[in-house]
Design a protein around this ligand. Structure first.
Ligand code: NAD
Ligand code: DAU
Length: 339
């Protein structure tokens, strides 16, 4: 089995590559990644010498390059993680989100149509469903929940999902889609809530909580997400959408307080800053379908996963220090200085 994994130098894609090479040692994995600010080749160092692994630096929007790679590799499957993934950046500059997340997805699927494929899998997000009110804890996102996006990021992901389903209906492309809740774990880029708070805590820097910090996210350990995608690409039904989430809803403020506690830092580091524009209040996935149809269940409890994650950042300063001391500094200044 030859699988092209796009965006494999990012957070979830790299964890997926490690998972696949471990669980399916006879598969060949080709990682296609543009290495944007969020891609990090050093993450893939442990597998670079694996004869069943190949890294190719490429933009998923580069049609010629993508077709050439398909002619070289004739993949059986494509799993598309490549995306601009940060909501705050999409609010600052939507254009690259439309380019990568929509045009890039179409380019990959055109290659799949041209050269043939057993499965195209689109890694999507629960954010395509918009948000839920805090006072209705009985409501959850199912696969039937209408698309109702809030940010340029989620709109670009929703646009891609609609295209994927259209390529299935119009051209018969064998597609599946997974819509997952917030992931956390190793190799998470430090612009996102959990790694940002861990690293700021370690530097005794203010912990910038947007608004009151009452927004709720449904956190899933990244390895559980990787297992879900592995199941879907092998056993999922073509044309179907699968929601992935672990019924682990937490308020942002509680996560930040927990990180302070684990690292022995005072809560006085917490600073409430201007809220995100259009900030989604609550995400909550109903994972009944993937549980009933494919037998998937999350395995890592949040209490364990957050400890493992914090420990990983303590043990792997070599990974995140070059990131936070580079152009990330400019990003941080721009996003947080006068917030
Ligand atoms: P990330 O930002 O950490 O990584 C994205 C990767 O894609 C990087 O390696 C980057 O270099 C690469 N990339 C970006 N543009 C590219 C392009 N034009 N061509 C080729 N490669 C390109 O993202 P992540 O958090 O790992 O998310 C991966 C996928 O999962 C995304 O599609 C995202 O929408 C989705 N998702 C993320 C979460 C989450 O909590 N992080 C939850 C649900 C779904
Ligand atoms: O739900 C899935 C989505 O989860 C993915 O599709 C996205 O790619 C991923 O980035 C993530 O989106 P969020 O916007 O939920 O994640 P983020 O880590 O940016 O923020 C989590 C919450 O924390 C959100 O309510 C905003 C808040 N926050 C975030 C940052 C970076 C803060 O309060 N302070 C911060 O500094």
């Amino acid at each position: 089995m030859n699988i092209i994994v796009t965006g494999g130098a990012g957070f979830i894609g790299s964890n997926f590559i490690f998972h696949m090479l471990k669980e399916h040692p006879d598969y060949r994995i080709i990682c296609l990644d543009k290495l944007t600010y969020a891609g990090n080749l050093s993450t893939l160092e442990p597998v670079m010498d694996n004869p069943n692994f190949r890294f190719v630096k490429l933009d998923i929007c580069d049609r010629e390059g993508v077709y050439k790679l398909f002619e070289e590799e004739y993949p059986d499957m494509v799993v598309n993680f490549a995306a601009e993934s940060h909501v705050d950046r999409s609010i600052e500059n939507p254009e690259v989100f439309l380019q990568t997340n929509i045009i890039g997805t179409a380019t990959l699927m055109d290659a799949c149509r041209k050269y043939g494929i057993q499965r195209y899998h689109q890694v999507s997000t629960d954010e395509v469903y918009g948000d839920l009110p805090l006072d209705r804890p009985d409501l959850f996102f199912t696969e039937e929940t209408p698309i109702h996006t809030s940010s340029p990021y989620s709109s670009s992901k929703a646009g891609a999902d609609l295209l994927v389903l259209a390529y299935h209906r119009t051209y018969g492309l064998p597609v599946t889609i997974s819509r997952c809740s917030n992931n956390y774990g190793p190799y998470h880029f430090p612009e996102k809530l959990i790694p940002l708070m861990i690293i700021n805590c370690l530097h005794d820097k203010p912990l910038p909580v947007y608004g009151e910090g009452l927004n709720v996210r449904d956190w899933l350990y990244v390895e559980d997400h990787c297992r879900a995608i592995d199941l879907i690409i092998h056993n999922g039904k073509v044309g179907e959408v699968y929601n992935v989430g672990g019924h682990n809803e937490m308020k942002n403020i509680d996560i930040v307080k927990l990180i302070c506690k684990e690292l022995g830092k005072p809560e006085t580091l917490i600073t409430h800053v201007t809220d995100r524009k259009g900030h989604d209040m609550r995400y909550a996935i109903d994972p009944t379908k993937i549980h009933n149809d494919l037998g998937w269940l999350p395995e890592t409890k949040f209490a364990d996963g957050i400890k493992k994650t914090i420990q990983w950042y303590l043990d792997n300063e070599d990974w995140w220090q070059p990131i936070v001391s580079g152009e990330y500094q400019d990003y941080y200044e721009k996003m947080y200085k006068n917030r």
